[in-house]
Design a protein around this ligand. Structure first.
Ligand code: TXA
Ligand code: MG
Length: 330
């Protein structure tokens, strides 16, 4: 599957967007729930469908730097460098917002998040529509992000949301969100593009903040609430030393692991690849499968966290660990 979507469906998607309606589309990370970013009413509909808190801003998807620069108050050299290095790709730049971006997009903040997605269907839709598309992940607020069209269809009715099916999202983990405003460069949400790779391009240190409560006490990236990306079934993380004891914690345990394991028949086993790109690509589908299995508990085996990994793998494992911590908290 190369992720392409028939051109008539791209046309239909662009027509829906022009009509102020909502279109779900694949990106390289996860499916987005998109609306015309310059229409406050259209974006408000996305919040409504997701039941998303009004204070959590959405990312605006663009074709590239030219479209992004029109949404921001200015287009700093750092943004240009990072866009050249990583776009299209899984890096969202949070910049001072320009005039014309509806308040609902930025949740009333003075910044706007922009990224060019590296996916043929997403880019085709952006070019056909000819404008920026605001899109959070296409799941109900707080739930697990969708990496397949079927995941999106589970959450939204076809009269409400046109789903462009581009198959499985290749990266599987949401974009890195980088605050690039007020002279700062700080990772607000870890993702496939690591802080080290960003620092290398910028030629200076890059900060990290992966917790909801920042040093200011405010929510720098309001999406980073502790319980997020969470299945409905209670979920825990376990280490290798806890095997097989973890199976005693509930009558029916759904084990999500990257190791060769077997479980007795009353339990469920969901196996992920052991390499970072494979694990990240399969994680959300695996958690959804475990959630749908009827288990009383989801037990996720701690992945190998950056062990003997290249820079890219270390970034992916770090992002995976962040999502697993959120999925299993509370
Ligand atoms: O990979 C992705 O980023 C996917 C695909 C669809 O592009 N989108 C995504 O959107 O994950 P969402 O809404 O689920 O997460 C967006 C994150 C949230 O944590 C949000 O708070 C943060 O980006 N964000 C967006 N705009 C922001 C802003 N102006 N300031 C701070 N954080 C912002
Ligand atoms: Mg989301």
């Amino acid at each position: 599957m190369d992720g392409s979507v028939p051109s008539e469906l791209i046309d239909e998607g662009a027509a829906w967007l022009r009509a102020g309606r909502v279109v779900a589309f694949p990106t390289e990370t996860v499916y987005g729930l998109g609306a015309d970013a310059l229409s406050g009413a259209a974006v408000a509909r996305v919040y409504e469908l997701k039941a998303r808190p009004a204070r959590n801003p959405v990312i605006v998807h663009v074709t590239g730097p030219a479209m992004a620069a029109r949404l921001a108050a200015s287009w700093p050299d750092d943004a240009e460098r990072l866009a050249r290095a990583f776009w299209p790709g899984p890096l969202t730049l949070v910049l001072e917002r320009g005039p014309g971006v509806p308040d609902v997009v930025t949740a009333g903040r003075e910044t706007v998040g922009v990224r060019a997605p590296d996916h043929p269907a997403a880019l085709a839709l952006l070019f056909r529509f000819g404008g920026p598309i605001a899109a959070p992940s296409a799941n109900r607020s707080g739930g697990v992000s969708p990496t397949r069209a079927a995941h999106v269809r589970e959450s939204f009715a076809p009269e409400e949301v046109l789903v462009l099916d581009g198959g499985a999202c290749p990266a599987g983990i949401e974009s890195t969100v980088l605050l690039l405003a007020g002279g700062e460069a700080r990772v607000l949400r870890p993702g496939p593009v690591g802080a080290g790779a960003i620092a290398e391009v910028l030629g200076r240190a890059v900060g990290a903040q992966t917790d909801a409560a920042g040093d200011t006490g405010g929510l720098a990236s309001p999406g980073l609430l502790a319980r997020h990306y969470a299945p409905r079934t209670p979920a825990v993380l376990f280490g290798e030393e806890e095997w097989p004891g973890v199976l005693g914690r509930a009558a029916r345990v759904a084990v999500v692991t990257h190791r060769a394991r077997s479980v007795p028949l009353d339990h469920v086993l969901v196996v992920l690849p052991g390499d970072a790109p494979g694990y990240a690509a399969g994680l959300y589908a695996a958690v959804r499968e475990a959630d749908a299995s009827g288990a009383d508990l989801i037990a996720i085996e701690r992945p190998p966290a950056g062990m003997d990994a290249s820079g890219r793998d270390a970034a992916l494992w770090h992002a995976v660990a962040d999502r697993l911590a959120r999925a299993t908290s509370g």
